[in-house]
Design a protein around this ligand. Structure first.
Ligand SMILES: Nc1ncnc2c1ncn2[C@@H]1O[C@H](COP(=O)(O)OP(=O)(O)O)[C@@H](O)[C@H]1O
Ligand SMILES: [Mg+2]
Length: 248
């Protein structure tokens, strides 16, 4: 792959809901190893943008390119097959199951008992869980515990682990640090940094400017359905970002 080719490019994307222009001609690029924050006030169009990218809402117009190739998604499954995994706030984990079982939910590895009876290969799931979480620098002590035993940050890590195991090249996270305490927010920030180090692309929605500045390379600010501005994090300030968000 040419490293100059963006992993993801959104070109002039619009999405209307009847008379509501949720997104109007918005463009966005994510390069390998880049963390892009998507910010904006309530109703700015952030969720609509990630839903368009993840195959939930087909765009009204505009283009989505993955590694330079135009794609059309008619379902989240289509987007997943192209390497886009979206982690929503609810994380979609099955609380009563282990990390391994959550990683493989609906796609369990099978083995043959007595050479003929297909059963779920729990050992393979546990080993994949251990290896995947270690790759994220997250060393799990209890592979047999249900994820309901875990803290918010650990659960976020499991959701990220699932995306990584299935080889997501672009991870989209909606408010991953909301509802977490400060030490847990730090863990999630560290996880995002390890995704970046692996050359994956991350889009990260947040209201928390501190987290955005801690982890992002670039910020795209939406305001009432348009891109109000885009900045390198190293070249902007909290004040400037707030101004872009509220306009004026
Ligand atoms: N399914 C929908 N039907 C009608 N309007 C919608 C729908 N989804 C979002 N909108 C509207 O689109 C605009 C952008 O919403 P949204 O993308 O959820 O913003 P954000 O995530 O930044 O808060 C809002 O005006 C919202 O009311
Ligand atoms: Mg939203």
């Amino acid at each position: 792959m040419n490293s100059a080719t963006p992993l993801l490019e959104v070109r002039n994307l619009s999405r209307y809901f009847g008379a509501v222009h949720a997104l109007d001609n918005c463009s966005l690029v994510v390069r390998p190893g880049e963390v892009v924050a998507l910010a904006g006030d309530n109703g700015a169009g952030k969720t609509t943008m990630i839903k368009a990218i993840s195959g939930v809402y087909p765009p009204t117009s505009g283009e989505i390119l993955i590694e330079g190739k135009p794609v059309t998604f008619s379902s989240p499954q289509d987007a997943r097959e192209k390497g886009i995994e979206t982690i929503y706030q609810d994380l979609a984990l099955a609380d009563n199951l282990t990390i391994g079982a959550n990683i493989f939910l609906g796609r369990e590895p099978m083995k043959k008992l007595f050479g003929f009876l297909p059963v779920i290969d729990r050992k393979a799931m546990a080993e994949a869980a251990r290896a995947t979480m270690a790759q994220l620098d997250f060393h799990v002590k209890r592979l047999d515990a249900p994820v309901s035993n875990f803290s918010g940050g650990q659960r976020q890590a499991v959701a990220i682990g699932r995306a990584v195991y299935w080889n997501a090249r672009i991870l989209i996270m909606d408010e991953p640090t909301a509802a977490l305490g400060v030490p847990e927010q730090r863990k999630v920030v560290a996880l995002i940094k390890s995704l970046k180090a692996q050359g994956r692309g991350v889009i990260f929605i947040s209201h928390n400017l501190q987290d955005i500045f801690a982890v992002s390379d670039r910020i795209v600010v939406l305001r009432r359905g348009i891109v109000a501005g885009e900045r390198q994090i190293s070249e902007t300030t909290h004040e400037e970002v707030v101004k872009l968000m509220i306009g004026g």
